[in-house]
Design a protein around this ligand. Structure first.
Ligand code: SAH
Length: 214
């Protein structure tokens, strides 16, 4: 499938609407404007690709709402060349945005089908993140520390192992709460054993689940 003028037009409208909802980081908005979201969606939802909504992908999971993707990415304060761990590859859409922003991306997915699908899709689009099929609760200890950690599924609490893998002066963005909704938490690591947490509104994510699955 191609990226047509029609897709580009719809995408620009979507980006304008996200800006109106309060996203101010132009680098994030520009990166989203460059990425054909429809290439990360299932064919049955293609006509909705540029609606500001979450949609089902495979295995009962979802591609996050574009506003939510923009919000999390802005809160991370993305910077070129920084090393980022993404938990929950899902469709690979968020992964593509982080790569467009020039970050060094390590992404983990626990469902094999999604891992394989988004891996081949991202590669076919020319993106080269480091892909892992595994349990994001564990992080990637041998590759730590990470300058940024982005969790794109709702956690019951902040996993201790991820905190340990965050670099000093690093930032982690993670939705924390129950099944019905989560608070967006920003964790800033201010010293080796010091963190600062702040809350940034309510969102609704599929749950972060322990262990990997087939
Ligand atoms: N960023 C993705 C969000 C997908 S939904 C996108 O926009 O497409 C969240 C994803 O997190 C799902 O694919 C789910 O399988 C995955 N996930 C949940 N718990 C996980 C864990 N412990 N480790 C890795 N991935 C996990």
């Amino acid at each position: 499938m191609k990226d047509t003028y029609r897709h580009k037009g719809l995408r620009k409208k979507l980006i304008d609407s996200i800006r109106e909802k309060g996203i101010t980081n132009n680098e994030v908005l520009d990166a989203m404007n460059r990425i054909p979201r429809h290439l990360f969606m299932d064919s049955s939802f293609l006509s909705h690709s540029y609606a500001d909504k979450a949609f089902p992908i495979a295995a009962g999971q979802t591609i996050s709402q574009p506003y939510t993707v923009a919000f999390q990415t802005q809160l991370l304060n993305p910077e070129k060349h920084k090393k980022i761990l993404e938990i929950g590859t899902g469709s690979g859409y968020q992964t593509a945005i982080l790569l467009e922003l020039g970050m060094r991306v390590y992404t983990i997915e626990r469902i094999r089908e999604l891992y394989e699908k988004s891996r081949s899709q991202l590669i076919s689009l020319g993106y080269k993140p480091n892909f892992y099929y595994g349990d994001g609760y564990e992080g990637l200890p041998s590759l730590a520390p990470f300058d940024r950690i982005l969790v794109t599924a709702g956690a019951g609490e902040i996993p201790e192992k991820l905190l340990q893998q965050l670099a000093v002066n690093g930032r982690m963005v993670i939705p924390v709460g129950g099944r019905l909704g989560q608070k967006m938490i920003l964790v800033e690591k201010t010293g080796k054993n010091d963190i600062k947490k702040s809350e940034h509104g309510y969102f609704s994510f599929v749950p972060l689940v322990q262990g990997k699955s087939n």
